[in-house]
Design a protein around this ligand. Structure first.
Ligand SMILES: [Zn+2]
Length: 286
């Protein structure tokens, strides 16, 4: 099979890609997407440096042996970003720098995720929570750790950006990754809904792409059942091994729902998210 067969489908099979890519799906999809959209050429990224960078990021997703926020999840989010930008025409509304930032943000948005929640870090008083003063602890870590990687010459894929482009790229990636913090979910949705209800809305591009990344991040329940079920099943059993997710077990217990039912309810929870990007682009591809 072709490595990227069905890449333009909503329910792209990341498990199949993982098999073909022999455990490096993120490196493969990252390279493919940046190349396909002309970003390697545009931003003069040396192929070896890009390969080094993607390898380093993929390793960071794997070393905590995280059952959900791992390289497969990042691959899934990067592919969904491609789907939304490409299939809806959203891409035509963005500059190449914004598209580049959107793909990199999708690729790195959970880099070095510890497998525990922000709340766990705060309650445990972890070094990361202390460093970021209990605010968006993990999201700050993902983006900060990435920019520290980009300081290494052999990993620096943004070396050839002008100073102005670097500032804009950095600001966009920070905004997008910080907005993946679930505690902003309802506020983010409300802000965008209010904006789009105006007769002549002026949409802030950074906020719009941030919302798109958030949609991609929580899109899994809307994928084909066989993919979501496989992912959910794998995650649920492992989830309960994590101390902080005892809270999750409490929620299930109180609601009398099975983990699978909670996931199914998640689909209903996520649906309103897709209305906003649809309105921004004016296209009906969601
Ligand atoms: Zn994520």
């Amino acid at each position: 099979m072709s490595l990227f067969q069905n890449l333009d489908d909503w329910s792209f099979d990341v498990f199949a890609l993982d098999e073909v890519a022999q455990g490096s799906p993120l490196k493969c999809i990252g390279y493919y997407l940046l190349n396909r959209h002309g970003l390697i050429r545009k931003f003069k990224i040396p192929p070896q440096i890009l390969e080094n960078f993607l390898t380093k990021i993929e390793e960071g997703y794997c070393h905590h042996k995280n059952p959900y926020h791992n390289n497969l999840h990042a691959t899934d989010v990067a592919q969904t970003m491609h789907y939304i930008l490409y299939k809806t025409g959203f891409m035509n509304w963005l500059t190449e720098l914004e598209i580049f930032a959107a793909f990199i943000a999708a690729i790195i948005h959970d880099y070095d995720h510890t497998g525990t929640t922000n709340n766990f870090h705060v309650m445990a008083g972890s070094d990361t929570a202390l460093l970021y003063n209990d605010r968006a602890v993990l999201e700050n870590h993902h983006v900060s750790a990435t920019f520290r990687i980009l300081k290494e010459d052999e990993l620096n894929i943004i070396h050839n950006l002008s100073k102005e482009d670097y500032r804009e790229f950095r600001s966009l990636v920070i905004d997008m990754v910080l907005a993946t913090d679930m505690s902003y979910h309802f506020q983010q949705l409300k802000n965008m809904k209010n904006l789009l209800s105006l007769s002549e809305p002026v949409v802030d591009k950074s906020k719009a792409v941030s919302l798109v990344l958030h949609c991609c991040d929580i899109s899994h329940p809307s994928k084909k059942w066989n993919l979501h079920h496989r992912r959910g099943k794998k995650t649920d059993f492992k989830m309960f091994e994590k101390q902080d997710l005892v809270q999750c077990a409490e929620v299930f217990k109180k609601s009398n729902l099975t983990p699978q039912e909670v996931i199914a309810n998640g689909i209903r929870f996520h649906l309103p998210m897709y209305g906003a990007p649809k309105k921004i682009t004016g296209l009906n591809k969601f």
